[in-house]
Design a protein around this ligand. Structure first.
Ligand SMILES: NC(=O)N[C@H]1NC(=O)NC1=O
Ligand SMILES: [Zn+2]
Ligand SMILES: [Zn+2]
Length: 455
């Protein structure tokens, strides 16, 4: 079993097949799943040499539909090579790259082509690309759809980078009209600048205290933005998706919109489910992201909403930067980059907390694989172990406990709030397009990931 090898048959006693977990063999051919043979299926032919993983879990690879890779232009923050290696080491078989933080951002067909050139030949996992909506680029949307982007991300507030300006409601009407009838999806960073907050002006509170930053982005900024998204979604009947929901307060609005027929989905991230404002130390700017990590009470509500399927999926929002940009020297939350690096640790982070709350392996497949695949229009070929589906598979040990140390982090910049955390769930091997892209610390000599385009 070597990294880079094409796999023919793999088996274990714990294969996640839909709602069932059973002892089975998976036959792979030409990058696809050719057959699934359950041990109970006595009539099947002899399968020959299988890679036997004992009682390790075999399930579809994780799909992380919210990753900022940043190449080209800000490759010192993260690049395709390092991002997709960390994804592979984390059991992720497909990432969908966000349109911003790279220069150029993915806001036109030409810029998309620049991104594709940058990514080509560098990806250890499959990579798809979100387009971006900025003021005035509505004519670029349909050409990007034809080129295979699954949808578009926009910001309703300053994005953190000047070359990706945020949209106003007027811009959104134009973009939504363009997307009608295409099947494409609009992703919203849902925070709105509030008038009364502008007027209170700069706070005199200590910028090294997390609470100062938290107070600068109250829940109402999210609630009001979500309200606006829901109205647009109902009116245009274009698929809409709230990225990184942090405030549980906004859920009554999304619930109501869904009930009224809005084609709306909601994601949250591992950091909102694992971290809480009360525990963020002074000057610990690596915990800064937008919208902010809120209270422990809010976190509990997010977990409940996830259990009740009021939140559809969990992703990383991996948004790394150089160590310098985190301003750890001064510890000033207001000046530090907003974004958390965590791509590699989504699966074990989620499992460590989720299993205590009664989530099953089947729930993991739903929340971390199938729902993100549906969002990205990839569910007809990925995120299920079924004949004819792509052979993108993770093999992992859900019971193995270990500590995150800097040496095991494959992100380009190693700073993450999870250093020192003890997690359950070790990824043993990751298979992409039928080849072992990662196994026990080793990577394939040639990256087997494909660039993905949806129809
Ligand atoms: N520009 C960028 O990546 N912003 C991301 N970072 C973050 O914390 N929230 C975001 O939307
Ligand atoms: Zn965002
Ligand atoms: Zn993001």
């Amino acid at each position: 079993m070597e990294a880079g090898m094409a796999v023919k048959v793999l088996k274990s006693q714990r294969v996640v097949l839909g709602q069932e977990i059973c002892s089975a063999s998976i036959v792979l051919k030409d990058g696809k799943i050719q057959d699934i043979v359950k041990d109970s299926d006595k009539n099947k032919l002899h399968l020959g040499q299988a890679m036997d993983f004992g009682d390790l879990v075999i399930m579809p690879g994780v799909i992380d539909s919210h990753v900022h890779v940043n190449e080209p232009g800000r490759t010192d923050w993260e690049g395709y090579w390092t991002a997709t290696r960390s994804a592979a080491a984390g059991g992720i078989t497909t990432i969908v790259d966000m349109p911003l933080n790279s220069i150029p951002p993915t806001t036109s067909l030409r810029h998309l082509q620049t991104k594709l050139q940058a990514a080509e030949g560098q990806c250890f996992v499959n990579t798809a690309f979100w387009g971006g909506v900025i003021p005035g680029n509505e004519q670029e949307l349909r050409p990007m759809i034809s080129a295979g982007v699954p949808g578009f991300k926009c910001f309703m507030i300053h994005s953190g980078v000047d070359e990706f300006p945020h949209v106003t409601e007027k811009d959104l009407h134009k973009a939504m009209a363009e997307l009608q009838g295409t099947g494409s999806v609009m992703l919203f960073h849902a925070e709105l600048e509030l008038e009364d907050l502008k007027q209170t002006g700069k706070s005199k509170a200590d910028p090294c205290e997390y609470s100062t930053f938290l107070d600068s982005r109250p829940e109402n900024m999210e609630v009001e933005a979500v309200q606006q998204v829901c109205q647009l979604c109902l009116r245009y009947q274009v698929r809409c998706h709230i990225v990184h929901l942090s405030s549980a307060k906004a859920l009554s609005i999304t619930d109501a919109a869904r009930k009224a027929g809005a084609p709306l989905t909601v994601e949250t991230t591992h950091h909102y489910l694992n971290l809480a404002a009360e525990h963020i130390p002074r000057s610990a700017t690596h915990f800064k992201c937008c919208p902010p990590i809120r209270s422990q009470v809010n976190q509990e509500k997010l977990w409940h909403a996830l259990k009740e399927a009021r939140i559809d999926m969990v992703v990383s929002d991996h948004s790394p930067c150089t160590v310098g940009m985190k301003k750890l020297g001064t510890g000033n939350f207001l000046e530090a980059w907003g974004g958390i690096a965590s791509l590699q640790f989504g699966l074990p982070l989620f499992w460590t907390s989720a299993k205590k709350r009664g989530f099953s392996l089947q729930d993991i497949v739903m929340l971390l694989c199938q729902k993100p695949a549906e969002l990205s229009s990839l569910a007809s070929r990925k995120a299920s172990l079924l004949p004819g589906y792509d052979a993108d598979i993770v093999i992992w040990d859900p019971d193995k406990e270990y500590e995150i140390t800097e040496e095991c982090v494959h992100h380009k910049n190693k700073l993450t709030p999870y250093l020192g955390c003890k997690l359950h769930g070790e990824v043993i091997a990751t298979i992409v397009a039928g080849k072992i892209t990662y196994i026990k610390g080793q990577f394939a000599p040639e990256p087997p990931g494909q660039l993905l385009f949806v129809k």
